[in-house]
Design a protein around this ligand. Structure first.
Ligand SMILES: [Zn+2]
Length: 162
């Protein structure tokens, strides 16, 4: 059994401000459209594959984009703490997307490795079924977590009571 190649790239975008309100509106201004809503972070992935002779190669390319804030020396400690809590929750949510993509790549690798002989049609059928299934799971993951909101990945101008 071979393992798929997994390439995870981290990217950031800058968020500016020195108050909670400024940070919240800076996030809102640059938040990416993602599925049904706008999201402060986004993970995209593509899985490519090929079967040459009896060797199947699968590669997952994953890009995780999260916000980065460089606080001034005068930023209040409370805001620093709120920011790190938010970013940690956001990262945990995005990690869920990464895990789904890696799982899909492994499932595809396993399925292609198990093909008794090179059969391009069967390989294509397996790939599209495994990748469709993964996209479906990803949609459910975002629906279940409200794009991470239920995992605490929310940064609002007002202090939440939770
Ligand atoms: Zn998400």
């Amino acid at each position: 059994m071979s393992t798929p190649l997994v390439d995870v790239r981290e990217e950031t975008f800058s968020v500016l401000g020195s108050t909670r309100e400024q940070l919240a509106s800076s996030i809102a201004a640059v938040a990416r459209p993602h599925g049904a809503g706008r999201h402060a972070a986004v993970t995209t992935w593509t899985i490519s594959w090929e079967v040459v002779g009896r060797v199947a190669r699968v590669c997952a390319e994953i890009v995780v984009v999260t916000p980065r804030w460089r606080p001034s020396r005068f930023a209040p400690v409370e805001l620093l703490e709120e920011w790190s809590r938010f970013v940690a929750a956001l990262r945990a949510h995005e990690q869920g997307h990464v895990d789904l993509a890696v799982e899909a790549a492994k499932a595809l690798q396993g399925a292609l490795d198990a093909l008794p002989r090179a059969d391009a049609d069967e390989a294509r059928r397996l790939a599209s079924s495994i990748l469709d299934h993964a996209r479906g799971r990803e949609l459910r993951y975002d629906a279940d977590t409200l794009h991470g909101a239920r995992q605490g990945a929310v940064f609002t101008a007002r202090r939440s009571s939770a």
